[in-house]
Design a protein around this ligand. Structure first.
Ligand code: GLN
Length: 234
């Protein structure tokens, strides 16, 4: 299924998640190394970042494979922020391929990506509607209902995963979200890795072969802020 990645720390460009690392999201779109479900992520991609000129993040998403967007390398090279999120998609069977089904989903300052699958009946009751019939869009809508109710990023993810995971025991619910100042991520059925240097990288799989990448165990919540990184059970 999909691969996603986020950065929180000193300002960097989106190319630092996509094009520059040996195993960045560009490479992961056609040759992921740790993907448990699916072999290629060619059903679209998206990225989001924060700029002082806007209160809300800038979001760019397409339904074409990431390698097919000839305009992307230059855009990613100049899209710079202390908080970044990007994803490449392998659509679950039966899910639509359309921009509105493609991560990152956004609401206010929040950006969100989903790696996995869930029965839509398990999340429909958590939101009034979603921008796409895709399961991930419904999960995002459920998280955003909680955002509007004032729940912190990590709590919003944990609540939605607990609910959806209880209703659909076969669900895979790796969510990755950020708000410009923090990142929260769940591990529920697929891989997630962390790397700390002058900030934190959170990614489905390592972006390079440097030492220091740690796999996060299943059924945990990762919370990253300028104060540090915490991993706690879901
Ligand atoms: N189920 C979601 C979709 O169809 C996410 C799939 C994935 O993790 N690749 O887009």
């Amino acid at each position: 299924m999909c691969r996603h990645a986020a950065w929180l720390g000193a300002p960097r460009t989106l190319a630092s998640l996509i094009h520059e690392p040996e195993y960045g999201l560009l490479q992961q779109s056609y040759a992921p190394r740790r993907q448990r479900y699916g072999t290629i992520n060619a059903d679209g991609f998206g990225m989001g970042w924060y700029d002082a000129a806007r209160a809300e993040p800038v979001r760019y998403r397409r339904t074409i494979p990431i390698w097919a967007d000839a305009n992307l390398p230059a855009l990613a090279q100049v899209s710079r922020s202390g908080c970044l999120l990007a994803a490449v998609r392998s659509a679950t069977v039966g899910m639509p391929i359309e921009e509105t089904a493609t991560a990152p989903f956004t609401d206010g300052r929040w950006l969100l990506s989903h790696n996995g699958r869930v029965e839509r009946e398990a999340v429909r009751e958590l939101a009034d509607g979603a921008e796409s019939s895709c399961d991930s869009a419904w999960l995002a809508a459920a998280v955003f209902v909680r955002r509007r109710a004032g729940h912190p990023l990590g709590d919003a993810l944990a609540e939605v995963v607990a609910h959806a995971g209880a209703k659909d025991p076969g669900a895979r619910l790796n969510l990755l979200a950020c708000d410009g100042a923090s990142i929260a991520a769940t591990v529920w059925g697929d891989t997630l890795h962390l790397h700390l240097d002058d900030g934190v990288l959170v990614a489905s799989e390592p972006l390079d072969d440097r030492s220091g990448w740690q796999a996060v165990p299943d059924r945990n919540l990762v919370l990253a802020s300028p104060d540090g990184v915490r991993v706690q059970p879901l």
